[in-house]
Design a protein around this ligand. Structure first.
Ligand code: 7RM
Length: 651
């Protein structure tokens, strides 16, 4: 972990403490009492779960057959009912749920009642197309209100949704549809990104001949006549056609607390993405509660989470968390620098956003673009800031605090994962004295530890593996159709403790500091990618014999991808070949996985048993003296690699 320690050194140079402002503290939703309440996790989670609507109350809060959890056993609940019906009986009926801004500049304001009507109609349309309780529905859409409607409509009829990020390629979509054996696909003609139209339905058409379980496709018209979207008779339906004839009210399905609410694919340490399974009662309780306390939610707030709905952050803190709380939120379709680098700040000013939740990679871009962009706008509506997705360097934290928050907004640095479903480590905004770069403490009712390689907790000041020590309501229940992999990945390294895959440090005051992944997962601009996925895309190219992929530090993206490639006999490592390989990865996975650097080599550093030692590749890429090379089968390869890397870097 030598490179991690360097990061830590720079983190620890920022020694200032940031206590919550007095005025914030006085009105905060969470007080320090809540940590006491959390000492009895079952009582705590039962209390917050009771704030939701249950058709039937649970018999038992938790059944824990390690590593299998059941929360709110016997309870009956519906996610869409809790996000919509629960609000429209009262004064929130005409409250704005979503202020949507399209990239080209259109705006739509959708009230809770509007959303309720749309979801009911679309739920009925889905039923008419043959979707039944427990059938999987894949959703491949950009950031438009219909993605919210689609997810809630699925939840209403008890059909688990599987959202595939709109930036994934058609081939990645096919793999996820087929693993989920989805019956129906919901997509869009196109979406906007930096002024360009991205034709999603057309991409889907490339693979729909290889998705035997798909019976129908529903297509939202977003861009209209700009594209000529082909529709296949009897399979493809326009969204506006299917909802226009649909009945108004759809009775919400009474779901068992442990019925699957959704599947979300996430990168693991092998090439095959994992289908992370989230169930209904516990997940809703986890995201409802964390949203309320971590974001200090008040009814007059305007919340904005800048993530894409295609990732877990969007599921938990655009869809379920805010809507369960009856919040008003902003949803923005496009890029932060389109048409200009002031776009986000103009959105905050226009809609008086009070809570902003974003990623360190975005903050670092803004730092690079300079403060002149935000100084043109009135950001005084902001009262709380949040970050997620990767470690935030203290410089970026302090910049965020100073320029975006005008030194008056607490910052919540929230650590969690697709698998955890809800935030686990975080400050509480009216309670915690923040240290820039630290994710502070476990949320009430959850437990975390930093352990050494034998699984023993480290002393304050020590570092090691971050593990979670107590079951929590929104935890993944299993990996779809792969229980064995669930057990092996998360519960085998340290018996009884959930392995997060992250390294962490516990400081003298008991604050947690995340050091980054200790496995072969990398975070590029906050997007989770496995080295194995990129490697398998590379070796899929006919010219490639072998490939090894690593993450290298990147000023803006946090990490970037570097690929070391051995070509087959007779192939030449030309700049054209580099371009071709990058294009191939784009086609197999999507733009987020394209390697920044492609280096052609004739050998890779391997152990005698043939395992690639990525650690040594990282040493070369960062210009460090290589660490222990004693287990290498062929120590001489290091000199060649170093020379190749340096000469190709210079080109
Ligand atoms: C929400 C999300 C999970 C991985 C996780 C970490 C990293 C997330 C933080 C963070 C440092 C944070 N889900 N990570 N949040 N690292 N500080 N506040 O990102 O499944 O896509 O990724 O992201 O490595 O294991 S995810």
């Amino acid at each position: 972990m030598s490179d991690n320690n360097e990061t830590l050194e720079s983190l620890l140079q920022e020694k200032r403490l940031f206590p919550p402002p007095e005025s914030f503290k006085r009105a905060a939703v969470a007080t320090s009492e809540i940590y006491k309440e959390g000492e009895d996790p079952e009582a705590f989670w039962a209390r917050t779960a009771s704030e939701l609507h249950w058709f039937e109350r649970w018999d038992k809060v938790l059944e824990w057959n390690l590593p299998f959890a059941k929360w709110f056993v016997g309870g009956k609940i519906n996610a869409s009912y809790n996000c919509l019906d629960r609000h429209i009986g009262g004064p929130s009926r005409d409250k704005t749920a979503i202020i949507w801004e399209g990239e080209p500049g259109e705006q739509r304001t959708i009230t809770y009642f509007d959303l309720y009507r749309e979801v009911n109609a679309f739920a009925n349309a889905l039923k008419k197309l043959g979707v039944k309780k427990s059938d999987r529905v894949t959703i491949y859409m950009p950031m438009i209100p219909e993605i919210v409607i689609a997810m809630l409509a699925c939840a209403r009829i008890g059909a688990p949704h599987s959202v595939v990020f709109g930036g994934f390629s058609a081939e990645a979509l096919r793999e996820r549809i087929n693993d989920a054996e989805a019956k129906l696909l919901i997509t869009v003609d196109g979406g906007y990104r930096r002024g360009k139209v991205i034709p999603l339905k057309q991409s889907a058409d490339e693979i729909l001949k290889d998705t035997p379980t798909i019976e129908s496709v529903v297509v939202v018209r977003r861009v209209g006549d700009i594209l000529r979207t082909a529709m296949r008779q009897g399979r493809d339906y326009w969204y506006h056609d299917v909802v226009s004839g649909a009945e108004e009210y759809c009775k919400p399905e009474q779901m068992d607390a442990e019925d699957m609410l959704f599947l979300l694919y996430s990168s693991g340490t092998t090439g095959k993405p994992k289908g992370v399974v989230h169930t209904t009662g516990g997940y809703l309780t986890g995201v409802y509660t964390t949203f309320k306390y971590i974001f200090d939610y008040k009814p007059e707030d305007v919340f904005w989470c800048t993530a894409d709905v295609g990732w877990i952050t969007g599921h938990s803190y655009i869809i379920y968390g805010p809507l369960l709380n009856g919040a008003t939120q902003v949803m923005y379709e496009g890029a932060p620098d389109y048409p200009g680098r002031g776009r986000w700040w103009s959105i905050i000013e226009k809609h008086k956003v009070s809570i902003l939740y974003t990623a360190p990679t975005a903050i670092r871009s803004f730092i690079k673009w300079g403060t002149a962009w935000l100084e043109q706008y009135d950001l005084s509506s902001l009262r709380l800031l949040g970050t997620v997705g990767e470690p935030i360097n203290p410089e970026a934290w302090v910049w965020y605090y100073k320029y975006v928050g005008n030194e008056g907004c607490p910052i919540v640095d929230t650590w969690w994962q697709t698998e955890t479903g809800q935030v686990i480590l975080t400050p509480l905004p009216g309670v915690t004295v923040c240290k820039p770069g630290s994710v502070a403490h476990p949320f009430p009712g959850t437990g975390a530890e930093v352990v050494d390689e034998h699984g023993n907790p480290v002393k304050p000041g020590g570092s090691g593996y971050l593990v979670l020590t107590k079951p929590w309501p929104a935890m993944l229940r299993t990996l779809y159709k792969d229980e064995q992999r669930y057990i092996e990945t998360y519960w085998s390294r340290f018996p009884g403790k959930y392995l997060t895959g992250d390294g962490a440090k516990l400081d003298e005051d008991g604050y947690f500091w995340i050091l980054g992944r200790v496995d072969d997962i990398i975070k590029v601009a906050g997007h989770r990618i496995s080295t194995a996925e990129v490697e398998s895309a590379l070796v899929d190219h006919q010219a490639v014999a072998e490939a090894a992929v690593i993450g290298i530090p990147h000023e803006i993206k946090g990490e970037a991808i570097a690929a070391f490639v051995i070509l087959k006999e007779g192939q030449e490592g030309t700049p054209q070949m580099q371009q071709e390989l990058r294009a191939h990865v784009r086609k197999k996975i999507g733009p987020i996985a394209v390697p920044e650097t492609v280096i052609f080599v004739s050998e890779l550093p391997k152990t005698r048993s043939g395992k690639i030692m990525r650690r040594l590749l990282r040493d070369i890429a960062s210009g460090r003296a290589p660490g222990d090379v004693s287990t290498l089968a062929e120590p001489a390869v290091m000199a060649e690699l170093k020379q190749k890397y340096e000469s190709q870097e210079a080109e």
